[in-house]
Design a protein around this ligand. Structure first.
Ligand code: NAP
Ligand code: F7E
Length: 425
């Protein structure tokens, strides 16, 4: 018998099955998905409106995004204030996933993260950082797992941040990059479409699941104009950039074909102390810290003349949230509008530790790419004017923050692998 004030799932078997996918968090096979003052909701693929009687005897509605039920049919609903929004983040173990989860939690969201693998080592780090986030298993290579995750979580918003995001790896494993970074977007959109009962003849209604796609400035590649705007044509220079362009156009296509609220943020490079050590900013901040502490003498790098528009990841996740909260789905370019070379980055990072990069940096052909993106610079004017987004942290502050964090990490006996970003390729 249920405890007083708690509800029992009406369909134990499917929920038990779905709960087998939940690897951590507060949910269990017999735990309601959510409590609204003692009430709970359950959803199901293709279900029509149904009565769910809570333990308190009130009729409540399945969380079906308002597609199947008119509010008048289902009795009193919890007030909007009582309804915290629920977000599902793919790529939660990555740099952006962690910042976005923190941001949304602070906004009162219930945050769920999709995690792949049997024993994902990043889960422990994520747990230390974000105890409140609930995790569910799934993989962008596995359509069924994504349908199960959307079905189980019943999100209001889905942020698709998962990708193979390291550009050099996209030449080494081009097919896998296409599958995860490109076709993975299709699988997430399909999971939302199927779970929402949307088809060519059936549009989503109010309260539909909103979708954010992590598009990239790498799509501009060999740039046609500078700075790059929402109208600048794409000319990607890597399998990664090509895969991102596919995901970008597909997001636009699902918006146009099915009326889905689906947006893409075209984000320029953004960094932080949680950045993976394979990316140039973190490779440099870790390198500076190792040299300063006497562990190493040299830092080997590739093309020092490449220019990027580097910003702080914490600022960029705010843009994701603003974009998904607009009245109408519109894509935006997100960047600082200022570009620096890798050499500028070296100057700044070594200076922050009282060193001169010329004494330590060696260029190594092993890090030169088959095709380079020479210079990227955002024009973020539309995002500033229309959704009120502006970066708060500038280049110098960002670089100093990263160097300081790595000095602290290494001098306290830690390793890059202990920080949030792990894996050197
Ligand atoms: P990141 O640190 O490399 O994180 C990538 C995430 O994707 C990780 O959580 C990883 O999980 C997950 N993932 C990889 N393959 C997966 C699969 N098959 N199924 C499910 N999850 C999978 O990337 P980030 O810097 O946070 O960037 C977030 C997103 O924004 C990415 O899509 C990236 O391409 C895009 N983007 C980033 C930037 C930037 O400057 N940071 C700029 C523009 C766009 P594991 O822990 O299991 O590996
Ligand atoms: O390279 C040059 C390299 O790997 C930046 C991803 O988040 O941002 C990121 O992609 C520049 C390139 O980032 C080394 O040739 C020189 O020109 O830090 P990165 P990226 O390739 O710009 C975009 C927006 C994304 O979407 C991606 O997911 O630095 N560089 N020497 C080097 N780069 C690396 N990694 N290592 C070097 O030794």
């Amino acid at each position: 018998m249920p405890a007083a004030g708690r509800a029992v799932p009406i369909e134990t078997d499917p929920l038990t099955f779905l709960a087998a996918n939940i690897i951590t968090g507060h949910a269990s096979p017999l735990t309601p998905q959510r409590d609204y003052e003692g009430d709970w909701c359950a959803g199901g693929i293709g279900r029509s409106v149904r009565d769910v009687t809570s333990a308190t005897g009130r009729r409540i509605c399945c969380r079906d995004g308002g597609r199947h039920a008119h509010p008048a049919e289902i009795g009193p609903r919890p007030t909007e204030a009582a309804l915290s929004r629920r977000a599902l983040i793919t790529g939660i173990t990555g740099q952006d996933g962690s910042y976005l989860a923190e941001h949304l939690t602070a906004q009162g969201y219930e945050v769920w993260g999709l995690v792949r693998g049997q024993q994902n080592p990043r889960v422990r780090q994520l747990r230390q950082l974000l105890g409140d986030v609930r995790l569910i298993r799934g993989d962008l290579l596995d359509q069924g797992s994504l349908i199960s995750a959307v079905e189980r979580v019943q999100p209001d918003e889905v942020y698709n941040l998962a990708a193979i995001s390291y550009v050099p790896m996209s030449w080494q494993q081009a097919e896998l990059t296409g599958e995860v970074t490109g076709v993975g977007v299709l699988r997430v959109l399909e999971a939302i479409r199927v779970c929402s009962g949307i088809s060519a003849s059936r549009s989503p209604g109010r309260g539909q699941i909103r979708f954010y796609q992590a598009s990239s400035s790498e799509m501009f590649g060999m740039v046609r104009e500078s700075p790059q705007t929402e109208q600048t044509p794409f000319h990607p220079r890597s399998p990664y950039g090509v895969a991102k362009a596919y995901g970008h156009f597909l997001t636009q296509n699902y918006r146009e074909s099915y009326g889905m609220f689906a947006v893409s943020g075209i984000l320029f490079n953004h960094e932080s102390p949680r950045r993976g050590p394979e990316f140039v900013t973190r490779k440099i901040s870790l390198g500076v810290a190792k040299i300063k502490l006497g562990y190493e003498r040299q830092l080997r790098l590739g093309n020092l003349s490449a220019r990027r528009d580097w910003g702080f990841a914490g600022d960029y996740v705010r843009a994701m949230h603003l974009m998904i909260g607009q009245d109408e789905p519109v894509d935006y370019v997100i960047g600082t509008g200022v570009t620096h070379s890798v050499e500028d980055l070296l100057e700044q990072a070594f200076k922050a530790a009282g060193l001169d990069w010329r004494d330590h940096v060696v260029t190594d052909a092993a890090f030169i790419r088959p095709a380079e993106v020479d210079k990227l610079c955002a024009d973020p004017a539309q995002a500033r004017d229309q959704i009120g987004w502006e970066p708060k942290i500038g280049f110098e502050e960002l670089v100093a923050m990263m160097v300081e964090a790595d000095l602290e990490l290494l001098s306290s006996g830690g390793h890059a692998e202990d920080s949030f970003g792990i894996d050197t390729w």
